[in-house]
Design a protein. Structure first.
Length: 140
């Protein structure tokens, strides 16, 4: 993921972050699913979900972009095993388009704020370049 998104602003997604943000969370229960390749059984991605019954939200997905369609396919299988019917995944529009064959893409009104006094070069760098998921927020 670091190589794939080296030119884009991305929050830290290391083991310490996952432990602090999800596993040790004082209020919410999260499902952390390690997805492995079918033949070599090597880890290809980590998915973090929250929810129950038929409604889940994919909060974070960590791994190379090339593996994400396979991770999403595995999540669909997991969801069926859990009795779920749908999961939501909030992702910035630039990257959501990449996964259009795997999902529906409704547009939300969420906007990423920037300092209006920053130079236009800095603002332009962030415009439509963030990798943000639902797991980057705790306010909703």
């Amino acid at each position: 993921m670091i190589r794939d998104l080296a030119d884009f602003p991305v929050g830290v997604r290391d083991a310490a972050y996952v432990l602090r943000r999800y596993i040790q969370h004082p209020e919410h229960k999260y499902y952390c699913l390690l997805v492995r390749s079918q033949w070599l059984r090597q880890p290809i991605g980590l998915a973090v979900l929250r929810g129950s019954d038929a409604d889940y939200e994919l909060l974070d997905i960590i791994g190379p972009l090339s593996a994400m369609p396979e991770v999403l396919h595995c999540l669909q299988s997991w969801l069926l095993d859990m009795g779920g019917k749908v999961f939501k995944w909030f992702l910035t529009s630039r990257f959501a388009k990449r996964f259009a064959p795997c999902s529906q893409l409704p547009v939300t009104e969420f906007r990423i704020m920037a300092n209006p006094f920053s130079s236009s070069a800095i603002v332009d760098h962030f415009d439509h370049n963030w990798w943000l998921t639902g797991g980057d927020t705790d306010y909703r």
